[in-house]
Design a protein around this ligand. Structure first.
Ligand code: MN
Length: 424
C-alpha cells in the first residue's frame, strides 16, 4: 500500500482552517517559535527495522496482522510513516534479521520512498541457525578466542552490508556480562571486549562511526560488561576518534540523570547517537514520551545547548533512532506517536531562552531557572509540528489520516492476518 499525495492534500484541506487558527494563536503568543521551523524540517528520526511488527515479551506475543514479512515490506511500512509525517526518512537495519539479499533493489526502493540507511546493527545476543559457536556465555568478551573471532567476523560482515546500502555507522550492543558472582573475571572480560572492538574498528571505512551502546542489566542480571556510559566512554576513548557512545533511554538504572550524561558526553565530543523509547521501570520499550515527557524535554534541552556549544548540526551530527517495540499497539501508530513526541521535545528545547537561563544560573536564581525551563515545556507546540509536516508535504494529523485510510486493514488484506515480522 502507498499513500498518495492527493489523499494527503484532501486530508489537509479538510482540517486546514482549524489548524491555521491554532497555529496563529501559538505564533502570537510565541513569535520565536517560527525560528524553530527550518530546524524541525531538517530533523529526521530513523525507524528500526525490528519495530514494525508486534513486539513480544518472554511470556508471549500477540500478532497485529498485516505485519511486514520481509525487508521490502518493512521499507514499505516506513514509507507509509514517512509519507504521513515526512520525518521518518531513515531506517536502522538489524543483521541478520534483515539481510538485504538484493541490495540494489533495496537501495532503489528506499530511494523511491525517500528513506536513507542509518546505523546498521549487529547481533551477537542470540544464536543463529547453523552458527558454529554459541554466544550463551558472551561474544566479544568470551573466554574462548574462536568465539570472539566469530563475533568479530559477524560485525565485519554487518559493515559490508552497510557499505552496500550507504550506511555510515555500526551500532554494537552487547548482551555480554554475567548472571552470578564469580562467573566472570570483569577485567579480562572488558579487555577481551576492547581487543575485539579494536579489530572491528579497524574494519570501519574512513567516513564511518562505531556507536557503542550500553545497558545496565538484562539479559545478564549480575554484571553487564558494557553496562553504563562510563564503560562505553572508556572504550570509545581507547578506540579512537571514530568511536562514540550511544545512549538508549531505556538502558539506565531507575532514576539515572540521563540529561547530565548527555551533557558530559557532548562536552567530550563522544556522543554518537540516540535510541529513543520510554519506560517506567526498566527497558520497557514503551512509546517515546508516554511516561516521562519532561525527562525527554530536559534531555533535548541539554542536546540543543550542547550541540550549539560545539557548533554541531542538529539534524546530521548525531544518529537519531527509535528503539522500542511493545506488544499491544499497532506498531505504525506507535511509531507515529513516537516521532511526534521526539519532535515536540526538540521543539520545546529550541524555545528555551538560553541567555535568560544562563543569567539566572549566574545569579543563583533557582526559581527563575526552573520557570524558564518549564515555560518552554508547558507550551503546546503541536500546531508547530503539524505545520512542519504540512510544509514538507505530510499530513497535518498523521494518526487521524492513518485511521481514515484504514491502513492496517489494507495491510492485513495484502499480507494476511497471520504474517509475522522478523525479529525477536
Ligand atoms: Mn537500543
Amino acid at each position: 500500500m502507498r499513500i498518495e499525495k492527493r489523499q494527503i492534500e484532501q486530508h489537509n484541506d479538510g482540517v486546514y482552517d482549524e489548524h491555521a487558527l491554532r497555529l496563529e494563536q501559538l505564533l502570537v503568543q510565541r513569535p520565536s517559535a517560527r525560528l524553530a521551523i527550518p530546524l524541525l524540517e531538517a530533523f529526521q528520526v530513523a525507524i528500526p527495522s525490528w519495530a514494525l511488527g508486534a513486539g513480544g515479551t518472554r511470556f508471549g506475543r500477540f500478532s497485529i496482522g498485516g505485519e511486514p514479512g520481509n525487508l521490502t515490506q518493512k521499507l514499505e511500512d516506513i514509507g507509509l510513516l514517512h509519507a504521513l509525517n515526512r520525518s521518518s526518512g531513515a531506517v536502522s537495519l538489524h543483521i541478520p534479521w534483515d539481510i538485504p539479499t538484493d541490495p540494489e533493489a533495496i537501495r532503489a526502493l528506499a530511494q523511491s520512498l525517500g528513506i536513507r540507511f542509518d546505523a546498521v546493527n549487529s547481533n551477537t545476543f542470540q544464536d543463529q541457525p547453523g552458527q558454529k559457536h554459541s554466544y550463551k556465555f558472551g561474544s566479544l568478551q568470551h573466554v574462548n578466542k574462536a568465539i570472539r573471532q566469530q563475533a568479530i567476523a559477524h560485525n565485519r560482515e554487518v559493515i559490508e552490508y552497510g557499505k552496500v546500502l550507504g550506511s555510515t555507522a555500526l551500532t554494537v550492543w552487547l548482551s555480554d556480562g554475567s548472571n552470578f558472582p564469580g562467573q566472570l573475571n570483569f577485567r579480562k572480560a572488558f579487555q577481551h571486549v576492547h581487543e575485539s572492538l579494536s579489530e572491528i574498528y579497524s574494519a570501519l571505512p574512513e567516513s564511518w562511526r562505531l556507536l557503542i551502546e550500553y545497558k545496565a542489566f538484562e539479559p545478564n542480571f549480575y554484571s553487564m560488561t558494557v553496562g553504563d556510559w562510563g564503560q562505553s566512554l572508556l572504550l570509545a576513548n581507547k578506540l579512537g576518534n571514530k568511536a562514540f557512545t550511544l545512549v538508549d533511554l531505556g538502558h539506565h538504572l531507575p532514576n539515572a540523570n540521563i540529561e547530565q550524561i548527555v551533557s558530559l558526553l557532548l562536552m567530550e565530543k563522544k556522543l554518537g547517537g540516540f535510541h529513543f523509547n520510554d519506560s517506567k521501570y526498566g527497558d520497557d520499550d514503551l512509546t517515546v514520551g508516554s511516561i516521562r515527557p519532561y525527562q525527554l524535554f530536559l534531555i533535548f534541552q541539554e542536546l540543543v545547548e550542547g550541540m550549539n556549544a560545539q557548533g554541531m548540526n542538529h539534524a546530521n551530527d548525531l544518529a537519531w533512532m527509535i528503539d522500542a517495540s511493545h506488544n499491544i499497539k499497532d506498531p505504525l501508530e506507535d511509531l507515529l506517536q513516537s516521532v511526534e513526541a521526539i519532535q515536540l521535545a526538540y521543539a520545546q528545547a529550541l524555545l528555551v531562552d538560553t541567555e535568560a537561563l544562563e543569567s539566572a544560573r549566574i545569579s543563583n536564581d533557582t526559581v527563575l531557572a526552573q520557570e524558564i525551563l518549564q515555560d518552554a515545556f508547558r507550551s503546546d507546540l503541536r500546531p508547530l509540528i503539524a505545520e512542519v509536516r504540512r510544509k514538507k508535504g505530510g499530513a497535518l494529523y498523521p494518526l487521524q489520516l492513518y485511521r481514515n485510510l484504514n491502513v492496517r486493514e489494507n495491510l492485513i488484506k495484502e499480507r494476511g492476518i497471520i504474517s509475522k515480522a522478523t525479529g525477536l
